[in-house]
Design a protein around this ligand. Structure first.
Ligand code: NI
Length: 168
């Protein structure tokens, strides 16, 4: 296993659209292991392959307190959305910044697991928010895209400053 480098906004590679996975094979399982290790190392609850510069539709998550319930979603798709909910979101690609984002409250979704089995499930609360946030990444979208242009400009400045400090 190895940890991968997480891209930070405004890296243009975060805007690439990921391709569907044709077959859940050893490469995908290795990617999933590396992504989980990276996510745990960075104290995240979700990570999309796009964030580690891999354009494949793969997402990992772990919403448990003990960080012992890893989930991998291959080719995740939302089938139905109901209601709206506003939650405070953050992102490993937008470090040090959180804000309220409005999303669907409840979703039904499907994905392939690491055995290539198709799973259909429903989610609400944090899990529903996380799945929507990660699928957005696969489509080249970030949570700050939902904020006003003024707020987004503020994030851009703050991160530019952070990057400068990191480069010293
Ligand atoms: Ni994110």
């Amino acid at each position: 296993m190895s940890t991968l480098t997480v891209l930070h906004f405004p890296d243009p590679r975060l805007r690439k659209k990921a391709r569907p996975v044709a077959a859940v094979d050893a490469q995908v399982r290795q990617l999933s292991r590396d992504m989980l290790e990276t996510m745990y190392a960075e104290n995240g609850i979700g990570l999309a392959a796009t964030q580690v510069n891999v354009q494949q539709r793969v997402v990992v998550m772990d919403l448990s307190e003990e960080k012992n319930e890893p989930v991998t979603l291959v080719n995740p798709e939302i089938m139905q959305e109901t209601g709206t909910e506003e939650m405070e979101e953050g992102c490993l690609s937008v470090p040090g910044f959180t804000d309220l984002v409005q999303r669907a409250e409840k979703i039904s979704y499907r994905y392939l697991d690491l055995d290539g089995q198709e799973i259909e499930a429903e989610a609400d609360g944090l899990r529903a928010v996380c799945i929507q946030h990660e699928i957005d990444h696969l489509d080249g979208k970030l949570f700050i895209d939902y904020l006003s242009p003024i707020k987004r400009q503020r994030v851009r400045k703050k991160i530019a400053k952070q990057n400068k400090i990191r480069a010293l």
